[in-house]
Design a protein around this ligand. Sequence first.
Ligand code: SAH
Ligand code: SF4
Length: 339
Amino acid sequence: MEILSGLNLKEFEALTEKLGASKFRARQIHNWIYLKSVKEIDEMTDLSVKFREQLKEVAKVTDTKIKVKQTSSDGTIKYLLEYPDGECVETVLMRFDNRANLTACVSSQVGCAVNCSFCATGKRGFIRNLNYKEIIEQVLTIQRDTGLKVTNIVFMGQGEPLLNLENVLKAMKIFNEDFQIGARRLTVSTSGIIPQINKLAQLDMQSTLALSLHASNHETRAKLMQIENKYPMDELHKALKNYTDKTGRRITIEYLLIKDLNDTAQSAKELAQYLKDIKCNINLIPYNPTEKNDYQRPSNNSIMKFKYLMEHSGKKVTVRLERGADIDAACGQLRGKIK
Ligand code: SAH
Ligand code: SF4
């Protein structure tokens, strides 16, 4: 059985040719899959009944199942998806009331090998990479289930996207060309895999790179993220500088705020110094509680104070709104399990 989700136009054409139909049918099926996100071949109403029957014999829309769907009081929806081999990942849909944007937060791997101390995904260890079709299935599931079209995609679910770069880049190409989502509306977030950041610089990626920095000095970062020992901040600085110089694009620096650990005035000062010559915006992420660690979220007052200090350095600073915490859908809370 051919799975229609994930095929590109050329592959649809090969399929329709095999069935003795014209290329035009391929374009129709393509639009039904990516733009109208049908659940069944029978919903492709501009294809003849006879052709639909033929198509149903050799193909189906998807082989991915929604195992659990949870809706948060703020409207965020979290799906636990199950792939044919039984592995599960989450994908999250966020709506922001005052905007028409619908942002999908997608996973790139089952589990994650990077194992940051504050993240529930890391606690699971690494299970496997998702292939590009499994990545785009997440967005298609959202579109099929809600009947809405996703406008923005962030690779901030389970996994380290730059350790599965080939599939992530293929998925991004399909998001861009087949889903017709502009490259600027795609964001890849990384814990800082230096060789791959250099590769993205070389490829002149048109999408946004987000870097999970989370600390202002080596000692603190090493405590939070063991990857700091492999790819330390001073090396990272060179890679970021090279990236912004080469691409001309502004990166997003993600900075987790943990009470008394990295939210002090001294941290803000160090961070400003570190980012002085890097073209970037700063996104502060107040820590979301997960099991098995004693980190705490700072008070709103400390968060605002830190923001104020960083703004003084001349950067644009935003605080990430917490979405879906009541259903464990917020950053760092995804672990591929039913509660
Ligand atoms: N692996 C990639 C992308 C997925 S995580 C990365 O680490 O960048 C998406 C963001 O959520 C990252 O910035 C990550 O550090 C952050 N995050 C992880 N655990 C968190 C937690 N408990 N509270 C808030 N943010 C968290
Ligand atoms: Fe992996 Fe990102 Fe979680 Fe770190 S924060 S363990 S890199 S998913």
